[in-house]
Design a protein. Structure first.
Length: 179
C-alpha cells in the first residue's frame, strides 16, 4: 500500500466537515481507486463508513470547524480565544505524531520492497505507525471534546444540526399517478 493511502486517515481530522462528506458509492461500482492505482474492493473493509461515522460526528466539534462558524454560532471573544488556542495546540500535536507516522510508513514501504521482507521489521514499523496515527487522531478528538465543553447548549444544538448528513433519497420513485 502506498504511504499516501495511510495519510488520508491522518489528514481527515484537519479537513473541513463538508469536504469529508461524500456520497455513497453507486451499487454498480464494486471497487474504488486508491492512491497509487491500487484498487480497494468494498469487501476488503466492509462497514468502514459506519465505523468512522461516530468519529466524524465528534470531529464536527473540532475547534477549527467551530471557528469557521463563529458568526453562525455567535461565539464570544473569549470562546474564540479559547478555541484558537485549542486548535493551535491540537494541530501541533497532530502534525508531530503524523510526521513520525509518515516516517515509519516510508520505512515499512522500503522493507516491503525487498524480495523477502523481514516480517519483524514490517511489524515494528506498522505498530509504530499505527500508534502514532492513533496519537494524531487522539489529539484532534481531545480538542473536539474540549471545544464541545466550551459551547453553550444552544451552540451545541446548532453544531449537531450542521453535522447531520443530508437526507439521502437515493432513487426515489416518482410515478405519474401522484402516489
Amino acid at each position: 500500500m502506498k504511504t499516501t493511502a495511510w495519510l488520508v486517515i491522518l489528514t481527515a481530522a484537519g479537513t473541513p466537515l463538508a469536504a469529508q462528506q461524500h456520497p455513497a458509492p453507486h451499487p454498480a461500482a464494486p471497487s474504488r481507486a486508491m492512491p497509487g492505482h491500487m484498487m480497494m474492493h468494498d469487501d476488503m473493509m466492509p462497514g468502514m463508513d459506519s465505523m468512522m461515522a461516530p468519529m466524524m460526528r465528534a470531529m464536527a466539534y473540532a475547534p477549527q470547524h467551530l471557528l469557521r462558524e463563529k458568526t453562525t454560532l455567535h461565539l464570544t471573544t473569549d470562546e474564540i480565544t479559547l478555541l484558537t488556542n485549542l486548535a493551535d495546540s491540537a494541530k501541533a500535536a497532530h502534525d508531530a505524531a503524523a510526521g513520525q507516522a509518515r516516517m515509519h510508513l516510508v520505512e515499512l514501504e522500503q522493507v516491503m520492497k525487498t524480495a523477502t521482507p523481514d516480517t519483524a521489521a514490517v511489524r515494528a514499523h506498522f505498530d509504530a505507525a499505527h500508534r502514532l496515527m492513533g496519537d494524531a487522531m487522539w489529539a484532534m478528538l481531545r480538542a473536539s471534546a474540549r471545544a464541545r465543553a466550551l459551547l453553550t447548549d444552544a451552540q451545541r444544538a446548532q453544531v449537531d444540526a450542521m453535522a447531520k448528513p443530508p437526507a439521502h433519497h437515493g432513487m426515489a420513485r416518482h410515478d405519474s399517478a401522484g402516489h
